[in-house]
Write a protein that binds this ligand. Sequence first.
Ligand code: AMP
Ligand code: MG
Length: 447
Amino acid sequence: MTTLSQIAAELQGYDPQAMSATDVQLFLSRLVSPVEDAVELPLFEALGRVLAQDVVSPFDVPPHDNSAMDGYAFAGRQLAGGAALELQVVGTALAGKAWQGRDGHVKSGQCVKIMTGAIMPAGLDTVVPQEFVSARNDVIGIPPGLLQLGDNRRLRGEDLAQGQPALLKGELLTPARLGLAASLGLKTLLCWRPLRVAYFSTGDEILSLGDAPREGAVYDSNRYTVFGLLSRLGCQVIDLGVVRDDPALLEAAFTRAAAQADAIITSGGVSVGEADFTKTMMKKLGDVAFWRIAMRPGRPMAVGRISSVKLASGPDNAHLASYRNNSTPEGAILFGLPGNPVAVMVTFLAFVRPALLQMMGASSAPPPLLRARSLEAIRKKPGRTEYQRGWVSAAADGTLQVKTTGNQGSGVLRSMAEANGLMVLHHAQGNVAPGDEVDVMMFEGAI
Ligand code: AMP
Ligand code: MG
């Protein structure tokens, strides 16, 4: 297990007070490691999970040459002269019911009516779609110049050859990959177990739903955005609610979280000048760094590990025993996010999500950022990464354009709710003029 100071020593110019967004990503990628337990899951339960082993095709897919169209199968060498062809129909091949024929042999000048997916009769290699032929009794006419040998035939193994890796360890199981696994006849897939992520909100001013409103207090929205973000990632969310700025309550929440979870996410209590209980407790219970990140929104963030202390056994803690046995011996990774609702979502997308994917055993690179033309001027200081909430749309000429969604304050969750993506204005970038291209991260697929 690498400690924070070991990672810090390896990174050039590490300065917790001046972290760039890329420094943060690099640091986190060295801090976290993939889970080690795998589970065999039925296909219907494997969607969104990460494969724990390569899947090798046990046979050719498709297993036979077959027709890609409804039409007539014949031997394509007869096309060589380039003239029109007349062929006599000697039988029918249906999907799931191969044509046998009397001696299983189709001569020159003959063809077999064939349906999509039906096995190509022996010796036949070309299919003319039925809409292109003129049919008269049991004779069809094929116009000249229409076809080449091999047209409309799917070759055995063209989807997957036997022994070829069909799916790779570390791939996220998408609908297409589930279907591919099913096409190989596989009933189950070996996947990494889901991550358990505990979350709680901190702050004396935070109300849970159902609490009576009171002056200066706000309802806890972070609990719901984080729940949504984690659920979309396929994590098991352990909801620990709102924890007040009280050392005993905070200690209990961290201890419980570290005993049950692979990662702990908190919001609030990490900015400069906060009532210090959250930070003090993080320091007491773990190996934690407090960063100032050159970004907007965001800025303060705490990162590290909370040790999983031994809980006294007894009826109160009996329900934790099964979790404790599974959780990593080093404790849980901590992501102490700022409190502002937009900052929570942005820091999650920029830093927490990639780190959790790494912990989930996922090997895929993040989806590429898109380029879109800014419809407005945006003031931007070089020296920090800014994430503006935007609406990306297609312009009349088909290119992408983006405009910001209203007030970009880090507490204005509406700017996020009205957006379909984030404009990523990079560290070195300056002001944006109308018409300039900017990078955008689309939410669809990410959240
Ligand atoms: P903090 O980082 O604790 O200083 O919080 C920054 C701002 O975010 C304050 O205005 C908080 O009231 C607000 N905030 C903190 N936690 C939450 C939460 N869970 N839900 C909504 N707003 C929050
Ligand atoms: Mg606070």
